[in-house]
Design a protein around this ligand. Sequence first.
Ligand code: SF4
Length: 412
Amino acid sequence: MKDLHTACILVDQEEIFTDVSKDIRLILENCLKEKLPSLNDIERLFLTNEKEKRAVLKIADFLRKKVNGDNVSFVINRNINFTNVCYMGCKFCGFAKRSDEAGAEWISLDQVVKRAKEAWRRGATEVCIQGGLHPKLPGKYYRELLISLKKELPELHIHAFSPFEIWYGAKKMKLSYSDFLQDLKECGLGSMPGTAAEILDKQIRQQLTRNKLSTDQWVEIIKTAHNLGIPSTATIMYGHIDAPRHWAIHLDTIRQIQTETGGFTEFVPLSFVHYDSPLFLENPAFVRPGASENEVDLMHAVSRIAFHGLIDNVQVSWTKLGAERARNLLSMGVNDLGGTLMNESISRSAGSNNGQEITEGEMVKIIRSASKIPVRRNTLYKTLKTYNTLEVISGDEPLVSREGRDPLSFLH
Ligand code: SF4
């Protein structure tokens, strides 16, 4: 089988590398020999011209297929944001509100449990829970939320709390990250979103978040979680005041952590949503309005290449890019469509218009439209179901009315 793969690549190489510069060819040929690109190589891959880009996309697609076959996965989950009140003042954030602002909310634990139960009845295996850093939030809130959920839904996987929330909760409880996380794990925390990473570069973080959660703190919290047996995702938020050098540093930092801990389940590029973000609104001349199409393509493809052998799953965020773009990226290194979400609100608050949910049946249709095999997974990428070609999924109306909008209109 390996020979066959190698043979295919040898046949294709002449076509793939026609008119491609020597340095890009060398980097990509090394990838085919399982040699990871260096930090400088990663930056170079982000700076390709049109012909070189085509080669990068093809190699990314080859590596995707080599690792995942034609399977494309998703998870049935629900997003629950328990509060949008936050005083951290991250410049890029369109989600946070002050407590006296219209639309500010902090739902009760009973409400959180009610939403999770509704999700469970609709087939969810996971709830994804994050919230703002509400000034009145007691440090014990995080453990109480987990206990309340696990009491009612012991089998539900709880994917919760960004490293920023861990930093906040540990500070409030006057505990080390390790003690705080260990307690959360014992209360039922299954895994963590690797959000709040933005770009792991001090200079950029200074401008985005005033470096309130520094790169070193993010790395320390994530490594501590992994070492305690709490896996996490890894993310990057790109397309604002950043550049390919920063992306390369970020990817390389994630690789170093993964080499040490093995705790990342997937990598998720998150394109900056600018519409309601103070960062963009206050400086439209200096801040990019999200990543360009070219940058989105390259971010997913280069991630596949840079993480080959380290992180098997590259996920596209349909909430940021929409279902059609997400589908197209399935041939550029991506093998996962993320969650059905049911109630997405973070991207929507920032002005994104890609809806709140993609149902199970719609996920299957999107994946089939890319000539791939739909697979439902759990949070930790265990296959729960492979959909056979003839199976029709029925009876899953979206939880929240779409008022006539159809996220799959591009398929009709
Ligand atoms: S990104 Fe998170 S921590 Fe920063 S202001 Fe928004 S809600 Fe608060």
